[in-house]
Design a protein around this ligand. Structure first.
Ligand code: LIP
Ligand code: MG
Length: 255
């Protein structure tokens, strides 16, 4: 049966790659002479340009689709998910990495219909790795199938001194590392829906598990997530997390 969202997913992959070229181009500026503040200005300008590139290209092809973009929300647009086809965009995930030229920077595009992520695209710009997932059809990196790790022995004593803790500095790539079997789990409190929408489907389509930090169902608007290779590891980590709540992404805008 034809997939009604295939043309949207194909466009997401193409525009993520084009956006990645823009990010790489911006990173080529000679950073040795760049002050920290000018690097921050550069990432902000590039963030906005990339988000506009993606949104404009989608408006031309799919004029009825809606958007939740990191920069658009920062400019005051709402962050409410409806049943309409919605592009959930993080133009540069890993902005701090960008400023420090730490080589993990991604363009993340999630796509939801009826409040359910139908496809996710994460382009790791400097690694030239295109992570994709279509609901019910698996997860891939540059076309190669992804499968989470089979590890069930969680070497977690207490999260403040967990063995082998690493972070890429970008939620999207952290989740792709779980989906690739390179890491058993990732959790964070403080992320936004645009950081994790695409990665959440890539993890689940690679056989992984998503939970809230309290062990309940994951809620992409709650600013909290645990992504793991299996429920054993996920629930082990939940036991160690001293969780707290933050204002939801879809909380009513302060007047
Ligand atoms: O701001 P950004 O680079 O798009 O997103 C980043 C997230 O991907 C990361 O997981 C988090 O720890 C950072 O604080 C930041 O929110
Ligand atoms: Mg982000």
């Amino acid at each position: 049966m034809a997939d009604v969202w295939q043309s949207s997913m194909d466009h997401a992959v193409a525009v993520a790659r084009k956006a990645g070229e823009m990010v790489r181009g911006a990173l080529k500026d000679d950073r040795t002479v760049m002050t920290k503040s000018s690097a921050v200005d550069l990432v902000t300008q590039t963030d906005q340009k990339v988000e506009q590139l993606i949104i404009q290209s989608v408006k031309e092809k799919f004029p009825t689709h809606r958007f939740i973009g990191e920069e658009s929300v920062a400019a005051g647009e709402s962050c409410n998910l409806t049943d309409d086809p919605t592009w959930i965009i993080d133009p540069i995930d890993g902005t701090t990495n960008f400023v420090h030229a730490f080589p993990f920077v991604a363009v993340s595009i999630g796509f939801s219909v009826n409040k359910q992520v139908e496809f996710g695209v994460v382009y790791s710009c400097l690694e030239d790795k295109m992570f994709t997932a279509r609901r019910g059809r698996g997860a891939f990196c540059n076309g190669e199938p992804l499968q989470v790790s089979e590890q069930t022995d969680a070497l977690v004593t207490h999260l403040t001194c967990v063995f082998r803790v690493r972070g890429a500095g970008t939620a999207a790539i952290n989740m792709c590392l779980v989906a690739s079997g390179c890491a058993e789990a990732y959790y964070e409190i403080g992320i936004h829906v645009w950081d994790v929408a695409a990665g959440s489907l890539i993890v689940s389509e690679a056989g992984g598990v998503l939970l809230d930090v309290d062990g309940g169902d994951v809620d992409l608007m709650s600013r909290r997530i645990v992504a793991a290779n299996n429920r054993t590891i996920a629930e082990r980590i939940v036991k160690e997390i001293e969780s707290f709540t933050l204002q939801r992404d879809d909380a009513p805008l302060q007047s």
